[in-house]
Design a protein around this ligand. Structure first.
Ligand SMILES: Cc1ncc(COP(=O)(O)O)c(C=O)c1O
Length: 463
């Protein structure tokens, strides 16, 4: 199996080694296979595609390409076309925003979400609150997982609209939350939103086994190209319960300018604003085909083997006094997790090494990792053991205009304010992990306060 992935790297990802890159940020974005891009360029060179909102031959060709992509998406996720619609969006965030602005939030209704969620799910709470719904977070426990989800779901008033949102895989810790929650939440009267953005690049999602009301994802995370195309997979019957706050070209069957009348489409089209990215969408089938040819189960085994190597190698990093060099955030084993590992480096006395300094060294070595909060503040707050009151005080003493990560870090004194995330994917190999380890090993035996001051490190975004 290793040979197969080694051959794939030579054939389709040769630019990594040619450029001296070690890419370990697959949770940030997948990489496109070179063959995928060539096939799409050939397709574009041979096709004449017009705006799909018309009925001329070039328009119909574009419509056909878009509809073919929808069919392939449903097929890839084993989604029954009678049950699900595919709504193309800009990205996963675009899919989440569609639900946020159209969900029938109401007083007495709940928006329940795991503390482990991307900010694009957290942001939905603004709509929920504005419409009087109660927002509640499920806390994280051991390994940054959620305990006893059922007790949080119990007691929702029947007849009201309740939404439960969780990520199939955490973009912070790599934890996979149980997909069985979908059925449990539905039984308790919740609609379920599954954020599958970090899960689907290397894990099989079968909507014939677990059938959430909504699934959000971005295609560039799955196969790198195209960017700017995501999808909301939605149960057809639930779409009817959503009310969009506006209409636009493409979403309506009829509009009168004289009379304040508009008739929205009654299908998923009511959610696709304006002209779709039809040139990008026409590359989705090839991307799914590329993953399908290798096999998502096989990709999963490859990614999990490398995740095991990464976890073991990190755990084996020790200072001369025997102290561990790494503090993990999330599971240290490969059970119920994906290929994303969050950690910080520790010095020989157990002090946290500033992640920005680590990033400076990985950058200099051509190693792409991610640092910070990873847009998942809830998981970070549990990982770094923030007490609500401390964080609240620090946030309150800093005005939005003057806020910097350095000031927040100073105020939180001995708490970490960010971490390092390494994530593996389809084109990763053992040599990538070895290169990362070489860089991390340069911190062996160095007290945290002797490594260059973080304040002089490049300023990074607080996400
Ligand atoms: C779990 C998860 N959800 C949502 C998103 C948002 O995706 P996008 O930026 O493509 O909208 C991300 C991106 O990192 C993610 O990892």
């Amino acid at each position: 199996m290793n040979d197969r992935f080694a051959e794939l790297r030579r054939r389709d990802f040769s630019r990594l080694d040619a450029g001296g890159h070690v890419y370990l940020d697959y949770t940030g974005a997948g990489l496109y296979a070179e063959s995928q891009v060539r096939a799409h360029a050939d397709y574009l060179c041979g096709a004449v595609l017009g705006n799909p909102h018309s009925r001329n031959p070039t328009s119909l060709a574009a419509t056909h390409a878009v509809e073919e992509a929808r069919r392939k998406v449903l097929e890839f996720f084993y989604a029954d076309p009678e049950l699900y619609e595919v709504i193309f969006t800009l990205n996963a965030s675009g899919a989440l925003k569609l639900i946020a602005e159209a969900y029938p939030w109401e007083p007495g209704g709940h928006f329940l979400l795991t503390a482990d969620n991307h900010n694009s799910v957290n942001g939905m709470r603004e709509y929920a609150v504005a419409h009087g719904a109660e927002v509640r977070y499920l806390p994280l426990g051991c390994e940054l997982r959620v305990d006893d989800v059922e007790s949080h779901l119990a007691g929702a008033e029947r007849g009201r609209h309740h939404l439960f949102a969780f990520p199939a895989q955490s973009n912070f810790s790599g934890v996979k939350h149980p997909l069985e929650w979908v059925e449990i939440a539905r039984e308790h009267g919740y609609h379920v939103l599954l954020d599958a953005a970090a899960f689907v690049p290397s894990s099989p999602l079968r909507l014939d086994e677990h059938a959430p009301d909504f699934v959000a994802l971005s295609f560039y995370k799955m196969f790198g190209f195209p960017t700017g195309v995501g999808a909301l997979l939605a149960r057809r019957n639930v779409l009817g319960e959503l009310h969009r706050p506006w209409f636009s070209g493409g979403t309506v069957r009829f509009v009168s300018a004289q009379n304040s009348v508009h008739l929205p489409h009654v299908t998923g089209r009511a959610f696709e604003d304006g002209t779709l990215n039809y040139l990008g969408i026409s590359a989705v089938a090839a991307g799914l085909g590329f993953l399908g040819e290798i096999g998502i189960e096989r990709i999963n085994r490859h990614v999990m083997r490398l995740t095991g190597v990464l976890l073991d190698e990190l755990a084996a990093l020790r200072h001369s006094n025997g102290a561990p060099m790494v503090r993990f955030y999330g599971p240290q084993g490969t059970e119920m997790r994906g290929g994303s590992v969050a950690f910080n480096l520790l010095d020989p006395a157990g002090e946290t090494v500033d992640f920005r300094v680590v990033e400076q060294r990985t950058n200099a070595a051509g190693v792409s990792i991610r640092t910070g909060f990873f847009c998942n503040p809830g998981a970070a707050e549990f990982a770094f053991e923030y007490h609500d009151a401390d964080a609240f005080r620090c946030i309150n003493t800093l005005t939005p205009e003057t806020f910097t990560l350095q000031q927040f870090s100073d105020c939180m004194s001995d708490h970490a304010v960010g971490a390092i995330r390494a994530s593996v994917g389809i084109a990763s190999n053992d040599a990538d992990i070895a290169r990362l380890m070489e860089v991390l090993a340069t911190f062996r035996d160095a007290p945290a306060d002797t490594v260059p001051n973080a304040a002089t490190a490049a300023v990074v975004a607080a996400d």
